[in-house]
Design a binder for this molecule. Structure first.
Ligand code: NAP
Length: 462
């Protein structure tokens, strides 16, 4: 019936555009996405719903596995391909995924696209073939922008797992209006950075009966008997990110944002190191992208939807006294070395040494990942219904939890793939126009949290 309608009218019903719609690739009936929107923009037909760019990288290989797993769950065919700069490395990645998942067909049935960040034509060719590019090529400060540009120009939505505020915010500054014109959604930080924190604050707000005005989150990560670590790719992103932190300040001035209004009592900032009664261990302010991503989401929801903004403080558990000593020593070395080119070279060359084994060039083993998990505890406060937040102190509290498997290479692929599936399945629940968005801004009205709950990242009220 649907095929007949399109073939005989030349009109694609979801967008009512008079364009050709190739139903062999358009799964819009079930997946609710109209590939013809993209076709109309780019003049060519996307062959794949997802293209994983950087699928041979450490994280990319786990994203590839997660896509293969989710493609197996889908009722309709999900068409996807693996992309990167080396065909041989992509073949190896597919062989490894085939073995890990017991799906030998991955070796022969998944298409490979060779594309290099340094070759804009190859990126354009890749983007023309995708509804959504899942970009795993980092550090994003070096490799991210050409991918965003190619996606926007060629009509592919783009999501990444960057935890680098400077990259994320400069993409918003430089590509938001162009992406809006093209109807393209660019959603950054869709991994462990920063979906649990950003969606966790929204979940806490939605569960609170009244006006939630402030949330503090406390992150703890645990490892099994095999231990664990983080791959070098994230270490590199952190080293170069901190080296460049001055540029972030000047970048932010270019937005000319007015300060976000403070609703309710102003949240108290904790010290640089303190004992947290909430998680019964020492804690420090969370150094990653989460606070800036959450703030951008709150700004978007406040300015675009007149929602009451929630203040946010993010902290991470360190452990006991011996861990604190290690952190102080490693932190001091890091901040001293990161400011000089020679120091950065040392940090990049010896991640294990300078991080006490927390980062490594090999990354964690599968066994280590199986034993690891994360837990985000959210402590919110606000005003019950009928109470005026401009009068007196908050009179109600809420505690919520977001918890899940190993953060970097299990939770991150789950979050990224579910974010991509959400864009594909729920176009009507995304912001009205395309643009560069945080996860919270893009997915506030979608069922992403339900999807994450079903895939092992659990949101709950305590
Ligand atoms: N949000 C989170 O929580 C989270 C979690 C994990 C990772 N990440 C981020 O993800 C990024 C990747 O980390 P990783 O550990 O997977 O690093 P990685 O193993 O070094 O992967 C980097 C990938 O980039 C590719 N690449 C490099 N230069 C390229 C070019 N010119 N053209 C095309 N591809 C190129 C590499 O290709 P080859 O395979 O051919 O070498 C590789 O696939 C980092 O920015 C990291 O911070 C974020």
């Amino acid at each position: 019936m649907w095929a007949w309608f399109v073939r005989n009218t030349g009109v694609c019903r979801p967008c009512w555009a008079a364009v050709e719609c190739d139903l062999s690739v358009c799964l819009s009936v079930r997946l609710s996405v109209c590939l013809s929107v993209v076709m109309a923009e780019s003049g060519s037909q996307p062959r794949y719903h997802f293209i994983i760019f950087g699928a041979s990288g450490f994280t990319g290989r786990f994203v590839l596995e997660e896509v293969a797993r989710c493609a197996g769950e889908a009722r309709e065919e999900l068409r996807w391909a693996a992309a990167g700069r080396s065909r041989a490395r992509l073949e190896t990645a597919l062989t490894q995924a085939a073995e890990a998942l017991g799906k030998p067909e991955l070796k022969t049935e998944v298409d490979i696209i060779v594309a290099d960040v340094d070759d804009p034509e190859s990126l354009a060719e890749m983007c023309k073939q995708a509804v959504i590019v899942l970009n795993c090529v980092g550090p994003y400060r070096f490799y991210g922008e050409p991918v965003v540009k190619a996606c926007v120009e060629n009509g592919a939505h783009c999501i990444d797992i960057s935890g680098e505020p400077q990259f994320l915010e400069s993409m918003q500054l430089n590509y938001d209006s162009q992406a809006a014109e093209k109807g393209v959604y660019v959603v950054g930080s869709c991994g462990f950075d920063s979906i649990p924190a950003d969606m966790g604050v929204l979940y806490t707000r939605d569960q609170f009966k009244g006006t939630l005005t402030a949330v503090e989150s406390f992150l703890t990560a645990s490892m099994g008997p095999e231990g664990g670590c983080i791959h070098d790719g994230t270490w590199q992103s952190a080293v170069y990110g901190l080296a460049d932190s001055d540029k972030l300040r000047s970048l932010r001035k270019k937005f000319s944002h007015k300060p976000l209004p403070v609703v309710g009592t102003r949240i108290k900032r904790r010290g640089a190191l303190f004992y947290s009664d909430e998680i019964q261990q020492y804690a420090v302010p969370f150094m990653g992208a989460d606070p800036s991503v959450v703030k951008r989401t709150q700004r978007f929801l406040s300015e675009e939807h007149q929602e009451s903004p929630v203040q946010y403080g993010a902290y991470a558990g360190v452990g006991g006294v011996s861990s604190v000593m290690k952190l102080l020593f490693a932190g001091l070395m890091f901040f001293l070395l990161v400011k000089f080119s020679f120091g950065r070279k040392l940090l990049i060359k010896f991640p294990e040494f300078f991080s006490f084994g927390f980062f490594s060039k090999e990354g964690p083993t599968r066994k280590q990942m199986e034993g690891s998990s994360f837990r985000f505890a959210f402590y919110g406060e606000g005003y019950t219904e009928g109470q005026d937040p401009s009068q007196g102190k908050p009179n109600a509290k809420i505690r919520t939890l977001v918890q899940g498997p190993e953060a970097g290479y299990v939770a991150t692929p789950i979050a990224m793939v579910q974010a991509a599936i959400t864009i594909l399945n729920e176009p009507d629940s995304l912001p009205e126009k395309g643009g560069v968005y945080t996860p919270g801004a893009a997915f506030a009205k979608t069922t992403l949290i339900d999807r994450l709950n079903k895939h092992g990242i659990q949101f709950s009220v305590l």
